[in-house]
Design a protein around this ligand. Structure first.
Ligand code: DHB
Ligand code: MG
Length: 217
């Protein structure tokens, strides 16, 4: 146990949720509609989204790349933290998910800022120029996270922000026999990003564990 930390329990998480800025009716409706269409309910938590918004606001972020759109929930949260002339590119390989996200983003208050790219993360991320993004959020297929990190480090400007979801491996980080086949991929990624010397990084225990890294050089 690290010095003087309070072990965070389920109760603390509920308390955090109760005391954090809430999602609005639009995002609640988006989640309901996505569930009805069979899109998996694996969006980030509102507390995590709020924290990410605060970072994006403090950074005055203008260009964000998200790998893994799913239903567009996190893209809308993030875009709401940006100024009107900013761009958020969000990449989704599944055409059903990207179609749903496009429809809901077009109805949202941030439709002008967001571009949905229907392609594999690997293909799409290669096309961004060196040092062209202020922030990157990884929330896609876990075995490819190391590749997205490598490309992300190329695309991020110095001082830029990289965020990656699921550091706690869907709650199974310490399970000996995890049910989810991507747990090992997250463990592997955690070791890789922790050793990345070009990043000042930390895991924030919100949602399913959020990696935050600042590109030092
Ligand atoms: C899964 C993926 C996620 O990105 C997440 O936040 C939760 C679960 C999954 O693939 O099961
Ligand atoms: Mg996730």
């Amino acid at each position: 146990m690290a010095d003087k930390s309070t072990p965070v329990t389920e109760k603390h998480f509920d308390y955090i949720a109760e005391h954090t800025t809430k999602e609005d009716e639009f995002l609640i409706s988006l989640k309901e509609a996505a569930s009805k269409e069979g899109i998996p309910s694996i969006w980030i938590s509102p507390e995590q989204a709020s924290f990410m918004q605060i970072l994006l606001k403090l950074y005055h972020v203008r260009t964000v790349i998200e790998v893994g759109t799913l239903a567009g929930y996190s893209a809308i949260w993030m875009a709401r933290a940006l100024s009107k002339d900013s761009r958020l590119y969000t990449i989704e390989i599944n055409p059903k998910f990207s179609g749903f996200a496009k429809e809901w983003i077009s109805k949202s208050d941030v439709s002008d800022c967001i571009e949905v790219i229907c392609d594999s993360g690997e293909n799409a991320i290669k096309k961004f120029k060196n040092e062209s993004a202020d922030a990157i959020f990884l929330d896609a297929d876990k075995p490819n996270y190391p590749k997205y990190l490598k490309e992300g480090m190329r695309i991020l400007r110095k001082g830029g922000l990289i965020m990656a979801d699921n550091a706690f491996a869907f709650g199974e980080l310490f399970e000996e026999n995890p049910e989810d086949k991507e747990v090992e991929a997250m463990r592997n990624f955690n070791e890789i990003i922790a050793k990345e010397k070009r990043l000042h990084s930390i895991i924030v225990p919100l949602g399913d564990g959020l990696w935050i890294g600042v590109k030092l050089f």
